[in-house]
Design a protein around this ligand. Structure first.
Ligand code: ADP
Ligand code: 5GP
Length: 240
């Protein structure tokens, strides 16, 4: 939590959530125990900024029918070309704070000085429709999702080297030099969390990394908990 002084109400709640994540309510997620034939998987992807996560996610979603993208809520202003409802739901801090208080988020965190959160409702709807859903969230968000939704599958993306990460950030031309420095510093902290994830993909070659992610999404569909509905139908006919 980097902005303790400037955002007292939200930070108070944030500490509350991160220290006692069992108190985070996922509205409706646990209320309706519908069992679709195949339950959609929740796939979490995290990476240090500049590792190529957005590029990979775009390619992955385009190549994976049935895989949706979880649109997060954020208090950061939209960047050029970003669209409300497609890239993020851009909301005020006041609106974000209200959602936190009402338990609308499965997870939320302060990332690079802005708040970001994943709405429980979206995940529930996708899962119940049997649709896989991808969460592009940071390491703090992943830690919370893991506690709330242990069935989630998670992937950490690493750049091939620190030098290459630095080069990609500079060549992307989207951030000022001080911001790049801040992101590189943050990358040092984030990569320490790689071992908390189920899978690790090194984004050296874009094509190979995309293939690896596709394989992970596909394999997740065959996990036992995802298929409970189908199994029940088959086993029910066995009698005995
Ligand atoms: P992130 O979403 O992780 O911050 P981006 O997807 O914006 O990162 O990628 C950062 C930059 O690196 C972009 O300019 C992108 O085109 C480039 N990039 C991504 N993957 C690769 C790769 N495998 N090899 C070379 N450049 C890459
Ligand atoms: P950006 O502002 O560059 O789109 O994203 C900055 C960081 O915030 C990225 O690491 C991204 O994964 C993370 N992020 C985006 N949405 C969420 C969210 O809903 N929750 C959390 N915890 N992190 C998020």
């Amino acid at each position: 939590m980097t902005s303790k002084e400037t955002r007292p109400p939200l930070v108070r709640s944030c500490l509350h959530v991160t220290c006692h994540s069992s108190l985070v309510t996922i509205p409706n997620v646990a209320k309706k125990p519908k069992t679709p034939a195949v339950r959609g998987s929740i796939i979490v992807i995290s990476a240090p900024s500049g590792a190529g996560k957005s590029t990979l996610i775009k390619r992955l979603v385009a190549a994976s029918p049935g895989l949706g993208f979880s649109v997060s809520y954020t208090t950061r202003p939209p960047r050029l070309g970003e669209k409300h409802g497609r890239d993020y739901y851009f909301v005020s801090e006041r609106a974000f704070e209200r959602m936190v208080r009402r338990g609308k988020f499965v997870e939320w965190a302060d990332v690079h000085g802005h708040f970001y959160g994943t709405a429980g409702k979206q995940l529930q709807a996708a899962q119940e429709a049997g649709q896989d859903i991808l969460l592009d969230i940071d390491v703090q968000g992943h830690q919370q999702v893991r506690k709330q939704l242990p069935e989630a599958v998670s992937v950490f993306i690493l750049p091939p080297s620190f030098q290459e990460l630095s080069r990609r950030l500079r060549h992307r031309h989207s951030d000022a030099p001080e911001e790049i420095e801040r992101r590189l510093q943050k990358a040092r902290e984030e990569i320490a969390h790689w071992s908390e994830y189920d899978y690790l993909v090194i984004n050296d070659n874009l094509k190979e990394a995309t293939h690896a992610l596709r394989a992970i999404v596909r394999a997740a569909r065959f996990r036992r908990p995802s298929q409970a509905g189908r199994v029940d139908k088959i086993i029910g006919k066995f009698g005995g």
